[in-house]
Design a binder for this molecule. Sequence first.
Ligand code: PMP
Length: 431
Amino acid sequence: MNSILEKIREQFPALSQNSHGRQLIYLDNAATAQKPQTVLDLISKMNGKINANVHRAMYELSDIATEIYEEARCGVAQFIGASRKENIIFTSGCTAAINLVAQSYGAEFLKKGDIIVIGADNHHSNIVPWQLIAQRVGAEIKVLPVTKGGEYDLKELESIITEGVKIVAISHISNILGVINPLDAIISHSHSVGAVVLVDGAQGIVHQDINLSSLDADFYTFSTHKLYGGTGHGVLYGKTELLEKMPPFMGGGDMVDTVTYKKTTYAPLPLKFEAGTPNFVSAASLSPAIKFVEAIRGRGSSWLSGSNKNLQQAVEAEQKKIIEYMFHALDNEVGDVEIYGRPGEDLENESFVDKKIALFSFNIKGTNSSDVAQILDQLGIAVRSGLMCAEPLLNSLGVTGAVRASFGPYNTIDEARQLIEGLKRAKKMLY
Ligand code: PMP
């Protein structure tokens, strides 16, 4: 194994454990990522020592907790290119962030007959909140389809995103297809008809640099636990002018200016949307988590003792090898495999490796995805199976489930090879 990857892996204690008596091969990173020691240490320090509620008290410990919490917000703003830290709302996850926009922006600005466009590849958390608000206000839902290769079909933009569309809610990268979507074209076309755009970045933020000053999305959402940080926490980025005119989503402590029995005035952004005690422990964990992400993208202060450029090169080279190998081996070594999200099918000259993350959803023809996942589990290989919160997409692909192997920056080509061996064995057992 590449010695740099070995060093990275040493920083993730969960990776060195056994499962069913074998070395664990963790390939469910799209569901939740493992946490580096720096994140675990910070979580332990926040719980064990700096455990005081934020924004509330006059004593030193609360001040320190508040400072760490707000530093994390500044770090997120910088990481995603938001112009102000007030654009960053902390929520309990990506799901909560999308619901916040649907229930606040949607309830305030949608009316009967308006249209909401959702991506065909959306996760349930970027479908159901829109159905709830559409039912409440009498809005209609339309679907932006994906091509055979698995990215949004730009040929359909003009016929689907028309006058009357008020919200476009799409995925940066689908949790099933793993294809990097062409966001710019969709955002600029949506704006030209007067719609606002929400991008679900739950998978995108993990794999792609984003700069919201240039991307021009109106809302961008993600979860901390998929980005190597703590659970029960997420981020909503919103443009200032939109967040300012949106009403609060929940009422409670911390989101108020003055309260009387009759009337309340609200705190300025971002606290207007942060009612109640936030998950300040997981919020704080974003700082070391982002430091890790910056390091594997070749930036920031040295994360292991060497240069971050070396980390970047090692991780990128391994991911590229995994993507090329997986396509080849699923087709040629396992065989009878249907892969969902194969950007090569749309591209003639571009490299598919640049369009796809190391996430593979597939079926061995004639087998049940859960049976395959169970066989892999016995070999210590953790993958997902079933509907994976994207039932409409899987239905449109003509299947009722799929196996998904999603690789993280600490996974290796050797683990990919063991997965393929496991799949060959599963096929033999199930055929
Ligand atoms: N969107 C996508 C694309 C996802 O993959 C997920 C998690 N699987 C979510 C949204 C929801 O994230 P969470 O459950 O952390 O709120």
